[in-house]
Design a protein around this ligand. Structure first.
Ligand code: ADP
Ligand code: MG
Length: 240
């Protein structure tokens, strides 16, 4: 579903991604782990062209998105993203947050968009909040709305950048539960996270980034019980 070949990204003279090659299969759930500043967010953002790679190639499905001829807007419709700080539209109700892009971008009729939005809100346990504004929701509720909003576009791939890092501890679980049930539907997911328990339980694979390099690409059981690199060992010692 996702193929990354020798991906490089520099900001000015700072080389943040130093040649990353990997593939993510359809339905696979991949946890991206690594120290702060290792390039995790940049990597994720290159997968939907929120950052333009400096070099290398990225495919989503059979589309090479790094090809200049590719329609970036089309790619983004197909790749949902959830951020640490939710990024909901504050002046829209929860329901409007979910129906906006399907109507505006896909030309979906209002009734259909609302029906789909309500179904998604039920799935994340927030149907009763449809007519609230985001400011009236807890962090965990906001993040569940953000997930539902991304799903409203029927993406084939979902990217998550530290979706629980800004949440109070008691709200982390409700968001991880939603992500876990999404994983069980067969969604292809790439998740930057510091939730090691979640990564171990839900991910099919772990990518460990350090200093802009993909240092390990392993199953969770391999990675957490016997990390091969010294850098991953040291990282895990600090985390666990
Ligand atoms: P992580 O998500 O693993 O913490 P990031 O991908 O956010 O790491 O950042 C990796 C490095 O790239 C950091 O040194 C960061 O300061 C730098 N960086 C990220 N985005 C930009 C940007 N837009 N301009 C300049 N430097 C950036
Ligand atoms: Mg980051």
């Amino acid at each position: 579903m996702i193929k990354v070949e020798n991906l490089r990204k520099s900001f000015g003279k700072l080389e943040v991604l130093k040649g990353i090659t990997t593939t993510i299969k359809q339905g696979e759930v991949v946890a991206i782990i690594g120290p702060s500043g290792s390039g995790k967010s940049t990597f994720l953002r290159c997968l939907n062209l929120l950052e333009e790679p400096t070099d290398g190639k990225v495919w989503i499905g059979d589309q090479e998105i790094t090809n200049r001829k590719t329609n970036i807007m089309k790619v983004r419709q197909n790749v949902g993203m959830v951020f640490q700080h939710f990024h909901l539209f504050p002046h829209m109700t929860v329901l409007e947050n979910l129906t906006y892009a399907p109507m505006k971008v896909k030309g979906m009729a209002k009734a259909e968009a609302e029906a789909k939005a309500m179904e998604l809100l039920r799935k994340v346990g927030l149907a009763q909040k449809a007519n609230e504004y985001p400011s009236r929701l807890s962090g965990g509720q906001k993040q569940r709305v953000a997930i539902a909003r991304a799903l409203a576009m029927s993406p084939e791939v979902m990217l998550f950048d530290e979706p629980t890092s800004a949440l109070d501890p008691e709200m982390v679980k409700e968001v991880l539960e939603v992500m876990k049930s999404l994983a069980h539907t067969g969604m292809t997911m790439a998740i930057v996270t510091h939730e090691m328990g979640f990564a171990r339980e839900v991910a099919d694979r772990v990518l460990f980034l350090d200093g802009g390099l993909l240092v390990e690409d392993a199953s969770p059981s391999e990675f957490f019980s016997a990390p091969k690199s010294k850098r991953a060992q040291e990282f895990l010692e600090k985390m666990l």
